[in-house]
Design a protein around this ligand. Structure first.
Ligand code: G3P
Ligand code: CA
Length: 390
């Protein structure tokens, strides 16, 4: 497959603000509610909790919760995503110094907590090289869980999502175990399992520090009965090695995340594996992924590249190629604000105003993808309903 464009917003970039209208929320319904009673998955292979192949298609994955409306990776963000009806709610995991798994997009907590306002932690500010990138700030692996719990979460991109800053300081950094318990409570209340989508962040980096992610994650999955092939949980990582390691520990389904075509997974860099993402999206690369994973999470640009002006071009063959290997595709990430949309779907000149995101969803859904990560689950659900009834 020829890749004709680089990925859009980088893995570490994030996006904009929005206020949820009650009419929109009502229209979106809830995961267990009537709005989606008629939804059908593709596979029909599920047992027990139900297989990932039985999820509604297109599956809406609440990216870091409902991070378009609340500071990401907080119980407030996860709850809103679930209340909106997201089919799955995403967590990114990093460790504390004493080995607890907590939900943060990265171990650098400078931009998503109030740590800079804590004079008792001023001396912990430091510079580290993580996956080849030099970063200065405060890092989860330098804090015990008890210390981390004295911090509060803040909006990552207040310049784009000023409205979300009203929630700064409201929620703690959640542990993954707290999220599992929350999902169990909500599952009992709703009478339907709450699906989670769990990413291991920088697994090679943390293993070198003696803080391997996969073993404690597997223990938590077993303790909470989410270690089975039909558990309501998907695992994901940009490092295929992390998914291969987890495949030996649990049967929970696994997804390999794919960044820009010229990039190499960090575990490949460390081991000297020369393959790039462009190699992994060839039929041979996808066949290799299918030997230990059930899906891929590519950038949206790997599905529909953009031209030099940022406009969508023609879809690649990735959807058909991945499906031919039995892999599901859950690309990332669609957001409502102009600044994050393909140029063809921007409206007006305010980068933080909403564009024609419904048009963008339809373009991506038309490729045959199985689901999508979105910061705005309510919008994504309406777009998915539109798509199914077209
Ligand atoms: O895991 C899917 C998507 O979240 C990957 O990108 O950087 O937002 O974790 P990132
Ligand atoms: Ca993620």
């Amino acid at each position: 497959m020829t890749q004709r464009a680089q990925q859009g917003p980088g893995r570490r970039s994030l996006l904009g603000a929005a206020v949820l209208g009650t009419a929109t929320l009502a229209a979106a319904g809830t995961a267990a509610g009537p709005a989606y009673a008629a939804e059908r998955g593709r596979g029909g292979q599920g047992t027990g909790h139900g297989s990932y192949r039985d999820l509604p298609v297109p599956t809406v994955i609440g990216h870091r919760g409902a991070s378009g409306y609340r500071p990401e990776h907080t119980l407030g963000s996860y709850q809103l995503a679930l209340d909106m009806g997201a089919h799955i709610v995403e967590q990114d995991l990093v460790p504390t110094r004493d080995g607890h798994l907590v939900c943060r997009h990265e171990n650098d907590i400078t931009g998503t907590t109030d740590v800079a306002d804590h004079p008792e932690f001023a001396s912990r500010r430091t510079t580290k090289v993580i996956d080849g990138v030099s970063l200065t700030g405060w890092f989860t692996e330098d804090f015990t869980l008890a210390e981390l719990k004295t911090l509060r979460a803040t909006e990552r991109i207040p310049g784009n999502r000023q409205r979300n800053t009203v929630y700064d300081g409201r929620w703690e950094v959640p542990t993954f175990e707290e999220v599992l318990r929350w999902a169990e409570r909500e599952g009992r209340r709703r009478g339907a399992p709450v699906w989670l989508y769990v990413e291991t962040k920088h697994p090679s980096y943390f293993r070198k520090l003696g803080l391997g992610l996969e073993e404690p994650l597997a223990r938590l999955l077993r303790r909470h009965d989410r270690h089975r092939a039909n558990s309501p949980l998907l695992l994901q990582s940009f490092e295929p090695g992390s998914m291969r390691r987890l495949a030996k520990l649990v049967a929970t389904p696994r997804v390999v995340l794919l960044s820009g075509p010229t990039e190499r997974p960090w575990d490949f860099v460390e081991s000297g594996d020369p393959r790039t993402v462009a190699d992994l999206v060839t039929p041979a690369g996808l066949k290799w992924i299918a030997s230990f994973a059930q899906g891929i999470g590519p950038t949206l640009d790997l599905v529909i590249p953009k031209d030099a002006a940022g406009r969508l071009t023609e879809p690649t063959t990735l959807v058909a190629d991945a499906h031919a290997k039995g892999l599901v595709l859950h690309p990332y990430t669609l957001r409502n604000e102009n600044t994050f949309l393909p140029a063809d779907f921007r409206r007006g000149t305010d980068p933080n105003a909403y564009g024609d995101v419904f048009g963008a969803f339809q373009a991506y859904f038309a490729t045959g993808i199985d689901g999508i990560f979105s910061d705005n689950p309510d919008t994504a659900l309406l777009a998915a309903a539109d798509f199914r009834t077209r």
